[in-house]
Design a protein around this ligand. Structure first.
Ligand code: VG1
Ligand code: CO
Length: 547
């Protein structure tokens, strides 16, 4: 039976950020808090003219603490809306790209993804919830804005008082008038990967010449990696690291970067390093690519995948276009130009790629934050990127370092770094942005250490498909030699503010091919300190994470 519950408090902090609603578990557990957000999604869908009755949904999450409880709540609230069928991953599990694939395969109204992605989990960690639309991708801004408006206005919500569904076994269950289909979380996704890549070639390459090591960081990709690398590609379980998912990611920070995936990085830089290393994040949409003693920055990764896409069966006819987020380096722009295909620049967050992908304007998309993906789903996809790299290397029969250096030789090198100042004082961060903003208008034409500022602005984006405008997407200063300096605040953190500084410069000097990125950017780093005064405003001596 459906009962009406009064949502006593006004939750005016439920504005979805870069990637859905992300909060501390303790906040999510506030009475009616999660329910309020879920009802806001339902209400905004109904306001947009969608009919929930008789429609279907997908539910899945990254397995972190509270995933199972939230799944049961969602099921009971969906039943109370008259939803006729829900596809839910066994034990409430679906990686983000797998959820996107299931939404598309079963043509549902959309889906809920329960994850705080790369943020730490556990009872003292973070939890998150995100709504994806029928194309399988994150709800665009006009929907997330409507969700927020609805969240502030809710007074009551209906929920079924039925007992919990047993999610531990696959099969079909009934909840009120709603059918709950508990599905294998891996199969649809693994089949999709097999349809895009040349598994036979990758199998032969890895079995004969090439040792790989994949780190799931105790997060959701463990079972996916086991199915793909061990069961389908026939590799030994020795190639898997941290593939047993844990509710708190074994106390770790499931963010595949040089700081948090330290064990993997050390293995790849050791004497007896494998040929290839990769890691994915909490919900499986990010990827980090490493070679023996070398790291591929995500912007270069997008450029290299674009340049070599036709090696992969799924893209053998070439790409229609590519897109990157604004702070991502211009490495892919240079490749797109050479291939004579369009390259779009969007704000940070995968939701901005959806329209371009749906309209058939782009095939590959990428972000500097270890996000790469294609039109096979509408999310970034960690294992897809790993398989794309392996497929290309298997065709070319070369090492990661070789393909990286050959790429720089051909296209020039984009030195790139991101400096994160995590958990800083929110007021200090706001003051810093105001300080930079105030200078922006006067910067163009000024010369700093031999570089002339060619533009300085706050990035805004007009979606080429639906014309929607997104403003205030990051402060950027561009120089005449192609160098860029970008500052923005994170929209995914839950502790104070997180400031990101992105620096990029371009070089075609062959002597610079082997230089370290921080070294290659040292003049720009110094200039950023002089211009922006981040250290003074944040009261920090150094960034907490350097990538
Ligand atoms: C970060 C990244 C952004 C990414 C987002 C979600 O956002 O910078 O590129 O799309 O996380 O990734 P922000 O606002 O903190 O910079 V995931 O893997 O957390 O869903
Ligand atoms: Co993620």
């Amino acid at each position: 039976m459906s009962i009406q519950v009064k949502s006593t408090t006004a939750f005016d902090d439920q504005k979805p950020g870069t990637s859905g609603l992300r909060k501390k578990v303790a906040v999510i557990k506030t009475p009616n808090y999660l329910e309020n957000f879920i009802q806001a999604v339902f209400n905004s869908l109904k306001a947009a003219g969608e009919s929930l009755e008789g429609n279907s949904l997908v539910i899945g999450g990254d397995g972190r603490y509270y995933n199972k409880t939230a799944t049961q709540t969602l099921l009971k609230m969906a039943a109370a809306q008259g939803i006729s069928k829900v596809f839910v991953g066994q034990n409430g599990i679906l990686s983000t790209p797998a959820a996107s694939a299931v939404i598309r395969q079963h043509q549902t109204l959309g889906g809920f993804i329960l994850s705080a992605s790369h943020n730490p989990g556990g009872i003292d960690g973070d939890f998150g919830i995100k709504f994806n639309i029928a194309n399988g991708g994150p709800a665009p801004e006009k929907i997330t804005d409507a969700i927020y408006q609805a969240a502030c206005a809710i007074e009551t919500y209906p929920i079924s008082d039925a007992a919990d569904i047993d999610l531990s076994k696959q099969g079909s269950y009934q909840l009120e008038n709603m059918q709950v289909e508990v599905i294998d979380p891996v199969q649809i996704y693994a089949d999709l990967m097999e349809s895009v890549f040349d598994f036979a070639l990758i199998r032969e390459f890895c079995q004969q010449h090439f040792n790989i090591l994949f780190d799931a960081m105790h997060a959701v990709t463990g079972p996916y990696a086991e199915e793909i690398f061990v069961n389908r590609l026939g590799l030994s379980t020795d190639c898997l690291l941290n593939c047993t998912p844990s509710e708190d990611f074994a106390g770790g920070h499931p963010d595949p970067n040089l700081t948090y995936a330290k064990t993997l990085v050390e293995r790849l830089y050791a004497e007896d390093a494998p040929d290839f290393g990769a890691a994915s994040d909490g919900d499986g949409d990010r990827n980090m690519i490493l070679g023996k003693g070398c790291f591929v920055n995500p912007s270069d990764s997008l450029a290299i995948l674009t340049a070599n896409a036709t090696c992969i069966p799924g893209y053998k006819n070439g790409l229609v276009g590519v897109a990157r987020s604004m702070p991502t380096s211009s490495a892919v722009d240079v490749v797109a130009k050479a291939l004579n295909i369009p390259c779009y620049e969007t704000p940070t967050g995968w939701k901005f790629f959806g329209n371009l992908l749906d309209a058939g304007k782009v095939s590959f998309c990428g972000e500097e934050s270890f996000g790469t993906g294609s039109d096979h789903v509408r999310e970034k996809d960690g294992l897809w990127a790993v398989l794309a790299w392996l497929n290309i290397l298997a065709v070319k029969k070369i090492s990661v370092a070789e393909i990286l250096h050959a790429h720089w030789q051909q296209f020039g090198r984009h030195f790139y770094t991101r400096h994160d100042y995590e958990g800083i004082n929110s007021q200090g961060a706001a003051d810093l942005l105001a300080h930079i903003n105030a200078q922006l208008d006067s910067l163009a034409g000024q010369v700093f250490a031999g570089r002339t500022v060619s533009f300085a602005d706050n990035f805004s984006y007009t979606d080429p498909i639906d014309g929607s405008l997104s403003q205030g997407q990051g402060l950027r200063i561009g120089f005449d030699d192609g160098a860029r300096m970008i500052v923005r605040l994170s929209g995914t953190g839950t502790d104070g503010a997180t400031l990101r500084l992105y620096l990029e410069s371009y070089s075609q000097d062959p002597k610079m091919l082997t230089a370290d990125a921080q070294q290659g950017l040292s003049d720009l780093i110094a200039l950023s300190e002089q211009l922006l005064q981040i250290k003074a405003f944040t009261e920090r001596d150094a960034p907490s994470v350097i990538t």
